[in-house]
Design a binder for this molecule. Structure first.
Ligand SMILES: [Zn+2]
Ligand SMILES: [Zn+2]
Length: 252
């Protein structure tokens, strides 16, 4: 399994960290997890082949995880991609996504390739040959529930696990608390978001995490010289935050 970090930034991306976007190559499959607003540039920078990605999984519909999707799909059409593409959208917003993309003239029939919009929901998908993905609901969007209800939206968000035999990769997606990572950091490689959980939780995990755990979704405040970074050092004694960077490749 090969994981390429395409975007390890937060909602306010930077020139060195794009919005959330990862490529996982497992067996003969290429999975893209998240497609943040600058995904196209992130893919270009990392040299990802737009013709060969098999599936895109959107962990939730915040723009830093989803807004690059229309541009990436359009780019694939422009270069005359033929291979069908699966796009998994949180199931409660699948109808919205269908309309959203149709309003940008993105639909099978007009495009050079088949776009299958599929529901991303709790549970596992078996891709055969020992390859499996699991989606675990997170509490990240609970704080928006009042707003969501007023618009008739029931939004959901997910963590993702990719498994190939005994190998595993866990991506937390956006969370409310690092308690939600419990039971998922013991084996394989894991990427945990560092923007939304309380700083004390980030500090505790940073001090106790095993070798396979890396922070991602790094906000500007956690970069060198950032306000949270200084607090992390002064208050919690954490001088080095183990985090991934854009372009980093991890093979397991
Ligand atoms: Zn979010
Ligand atoms: Zn986010």
């Amino acid at each position: 399994m090969k994981i390429t970090v395409l975007g390890s930034g937060s909602a306010f991306s930077s020139l060195s960290r794009f919005n959330s976007c990862y490529l996982v190559e497992v067996g003969s499959r290429k999975f893209m997890i998240d497609c943040g607003s600058d995904a196209m540039r992130a893919m270009q920078k990392a040299g990802v082949d737009f013709l060969t990605v098999d599936s895109v999984f959107i962990t939730h519909m915040h723009a830093d995880h989803s807004a690059g999707l229309p541009a990436v799909l359009t780019a694939m059409h422009v270069i005359d991609r033929k291979k069908p593409l699966e796009v998994y959208i949180p199931y409660t917003q699948l109808d919205f996504a269908r309309l959203w993309l149709a309003n940008m003239f993105i639909y099978s029939g007009r495009f050079s390739f088949e776009v299958s919009l599929l529901p991303l929901k709790d549970g596992k998908i078996d891709f055969g040959n020992g390859i499996e993905m699991e989606f675990i609901p997170t509490r990240h969007l609970e704080k928006y529930s009042e707003h969501a209800v007023s618009f008739g939206i029931n939004a959901v968000s997910f963590s993702v696990v990719v498994r190939e035999g005994a190998k595993s990769f866990y991506f937390s997606g956006d969370l409310a608390s690092l308690e939600e990572t419990r039971g998922h950091l013991e084996s394989g490689v894991s990427f945990v978001e560092a923007t939304h959980p309380p700083l004390g939780e980030v500090a505790a995990l940073s001090a106790n995490a095993g070798g396979g755990m890396y922070f991602t979704h790094i906000p500007m405040e956690l970069e060198e010289g950032g306000e949270w970074r200084e607090k992390l050092a002064a208050k919690y004694g954490i001088k080095e935050l183990k985090s991934v960077r854009d372009g980093q490749v991890i093979v397991l």
